[in-house]
Design a protein around this ligand. Structure first.
Ligand code: ZN
Length: 728
């Protein structure tokens, strides 16, 4: 292991804070106001921000949700078009310049579904979520049936095998037990992986069908009372969801890498590579119980047992299952609603904010909780504009369609506008489901310090302190060792998480190379209605952020972040956070290579050299920028000179892309952040090298290390240019 200098500083970070060392000096640089603003401008900015934060009203967020979750509204449904027009008119009524962009996307819906136990006893699965008394929207006629979108069509009959979560470790365990799934139908429980990984791995191990169920241990009665008495998944509740292989590429499967505008070229369905190869259906635990009960064979290992009142056997058989899945493979319209406030000084620099508005069914939590706050932010800008406020940069608000099946609306929009985004895109900021509790901060680590600063300006509705203090208190109390502390806190900032996939930021970050943030609140409102008919207004107003005060906090958080990004003379990038982060990732890779599954002797020198180069360049830029801000020199630059500097900053993320993309999935070009090829949503940092090391594929790991080192060196060179510019 090679300990780099900044990592030593990270380890000492907490001590430095106490003794008033390096951190105190860094803190002093921030004192006059906000980084990137001259003292006079900071004063103006802070007063506008304060005005902004006073505007969002929980009652409005609640009203937005009540309307936008009153009917089922999946992509392609007539109701979704009604909502698109409603959102469009809202944006316009707030004074934003809004329009709808339409795409054509492949969206399969159920034509035939059957899960039938044919021996030793007969049971036909209901595959239906019943209405719940007292919940007015739980029985609506236009609900999309329970299914997994992009399942293969098929009609199969075979003995059943229980595979736990159906992740790689589970197949290793089955192999140890001498059990093969070849020619069988597997039943896996939801959890531990993105759901599309389960049928993919089942197919790779020779299974011919896959059933996924929600075990009550994971989100049902084992956790607490079930809906409608409590928030958890009831007996017949089913998690719908996509099983598209989004870890290959998201978006419309028939237009990989280009926008599916009306009339665009489309791949024929039989040339699409990211669809599941076997039929797969999700079921409730009510439907899973007779199937699991009919399994024989050895007992499942302890950790595989759920909370159903049965002995968990693995099989295979004697339970034999008949599974039928057939879809209507339709191309449907997707409507992205795009609204703009043109910047006064830098109209060609775009701060972009998005949240999807399509749901699997009513989708009150996912995604309308986030969408309702987004609309309230837009209203607040409208109010400020009436008082004379105008952002220096252009702010673009996006309500995405078709996120649930595979990030369709956002990906197609980003692919269509790729060249403009790579030129003009400053930052992309995403939200999705929002709830009650703690701020979650994920994104590009070049913005880690910035996000920390914003979090310190937002008041937590429960504690009355900042949301940063609430998060800091929880996280630092969890640390047991100095290393754990260093992983949480660097003496100044709480570390941000890295982004994998699972929401609309993917195309912006991992394909286009825009700096990206994803923030939300949650952690104090657990539940089990995800992607079911019960994720509705009744559930949210009984068990979610019931007062909508965290909806307001989200609007305040984003409004503050966006105003700062839109108005800063010098954009608030800080590269040493990023450099420290990649150094930590590199240490993990070395441990991986040394570990029992690793490859001792792998040469990390090209990577460690590149990281040192980045660390030096980052340190120089951060120091130079702080000095130029402190003495006010940078604020005497002309808008054109500042634009040149800022462009170097926000284009830096693009340098982290590798032109060839990741092995087996060239759509994903980011060398630092990607969803895992075998974990799905979960992030793999330095994915090209890490996944090759995990597979013990020495040749690919070395080639990916070269691509990664090249990207980091290009990134460092870009920062050096910015340093020269800031000192100029
Ligand atoms: Zn969502």
């Amino acid at each position: 292991m090679r300990l780099t200098t900044p990592r030593v500083l990270v380890l000492l970070g907490a001590a430095a804070l106490i003794t008033g060392g390096a951190s105190a000096i860094l803190g002093a640089q921030q004192k006059p106001g906000i980084f990137g603003f001259s003292p006079a401008e900071a004063k103006t900015e802070l007063s506008w921000e304060q005005k902004f934060r006073a505007i969002p009203e929980p009652a409005n967020i609640r009203a937005n949700m009540e309307h936008l979750s009153s009917e089922p509204h999946n992509v392609g449904s007539p109701q979704q078009h009604v909502y698109a027009e409603w959102i469009l008119n809202k944006f316009k009524s707030y004074g934003l310049d809004a329009h709808i962009e339409e795409f054509r996307v492949l969206f399969p819906t159920p034509a035939e579904r059957k899960v039938e136990l044919i021996s030793p006893v007969h049971y036909e699965a209901k595959l239906k979520e019943p209405p719940v008394p007292g919940d007015p929207t739980s029985g609506q006629a236009t609900q999309l049936p329970t299914y997994n979108a992009y399942s293969a069509d098929g009609d199969v009959t075979a003995p059943l095998v229980y595979v736990n979560y159906g992740v790689p470790e589970d197949y290793a365990q089955l192999a140890k037990m001498g059990i093969s799934v070849k020619g069988k139908i597997v039943i896996a429980r939801y959890g531990r992986s993105w759901r599309g990984i389960k049928p993919k791995l089942a197919h790779q191990h020779g299974a011919i069908g896959c059933i996924i169920y929600s075990d009550p241990r994971d989100d049902g009665y084992y956790q607490g009372n079930t809906f409608p008495e409590g928030p958890f998944r009831p007996e017949w509740g089913v998690q719908r969801g996509s099983v598209m292989e989004m870890e290959r590429y998201p978006g419309d499967p028939e237009t990989p890498g280009w926008g599916s505008t009306p009339g665009a070229k489309r791949l024929p369905l039989n040339q699409v590579t990211n669809l599941e190869k076997i039929p797969v259906l999700p079921i409730s635990w009510g439907d899973a119980l007779p199937l699991l009960k009919a399994l024989g064979g050895p007992m499942a290992p302890d950790s595989w047992r759920g909370a159903l009142p049965i002995p968990y056997h693995v099989g295979p058989g004697p339970a034999t299952v008949h599974l039928v899945v057939k879809s209507n493979w339709n191309v449907v319209p997707a409507y992205d609603v795009i609204a703009k406030i043109t910047g006064s000084t830098y109209p060609n620099e775009w701060v972009i904010r998005g949240n999807h508005y399509d749901g699997w069914v009513n989708g009150a939590a996912d995604p309308i909780s986030g969408q309702s706050s987004l609309l309230e932010e837009a209203r607040a800008y409208g109010e400020l504009m009436k008082e004379g406020w105008r952002p220096k940069r252009t702010i673009i608000y996006c309500a995405w369609d078709g996120e649930e099946p595979g990030l369709l609306g956002s990906t197609e929009w980003a692919e269509t506008h790729e060249a403009e985004l790579q030129k003009d895109g400053v930052v992309y900021i995403n939200s999705d489901t929002n709830g009650k509790g703690y701020l979650s901060m994920e994104g590009s680590h070049t913005l880690e310090h910035f996000v920390n600063q914003v979090a310190k300006a937002i008041t937590d509705p429960e504690t009355g302190e900042s949301v940063w203090i609430k998060l800091d208190t929880r996280d630092r109390n969890r640390a047991r060792t100095p290393q754990q502390m260093a992983d949480i806190f660097d003496g100044n900032d709480l570390h941000m998480g890295a982004l994998g996939s699972g929401s609309d930021y993917s195309a912006f970050l991992q394909h286009v190379g825009m700096p990206t943030l994803a923030l939300s609140y949650g952690g104090e409102d657990p539940g089990g209605v995800y992607h079911s008919v019960y994720d509705d207004f009744y559930w949210y107003t009984h068990f979610g952020d019931t007062t909508f005060e965290y909806g307001r906090a989200l609007a305040q958080t984003y409004g503050t972040a966006i105003m700062r990004l839109a108005d800063a003379d010098v954009l608030p990038f800080q590269f040493s956070d990023f450099a420290d982060t990649v150094a930590r990732y590199e240490t993990q890779l070395e441990a991986l290579a040394k570990g029992p599954a690793g490859m001792p002797g792998f040469d990390f020198v090209p990577l460690t050299q590149a990281i040192t180069t980045v660390q030096d360049a980052a340190h120089d830029y951060d120091a130079a920028a702080a000095a130029a801000v402190r003495d006010g020199r940078v604020f005497r630059k002309s808008p054109a000179e500042l634009a040149t500097l800022n462009q170097l900053l926000y284009h830096s993320e693009q340098k982290l892309l590798s032109p060839a993309g990741l092995p087996q999935r060239p759509w994903y070009k980011h060398t630092i952040y990607a969803p895992g090829y075998y974990t799905g949503y979960g992030v793999k940092t330095m994915p090209g090298v890490r996944e090759a090391l995990e597979r013990k594929d020495f040749k690919t790991a070395a080639a990916q290390e070269t691509a990664l080192a090249d990207a980091l060196n290009a990134f460092a060179a870009q920062i050096r240019q910015a340093t020269a510019q800031v000192q100029d």
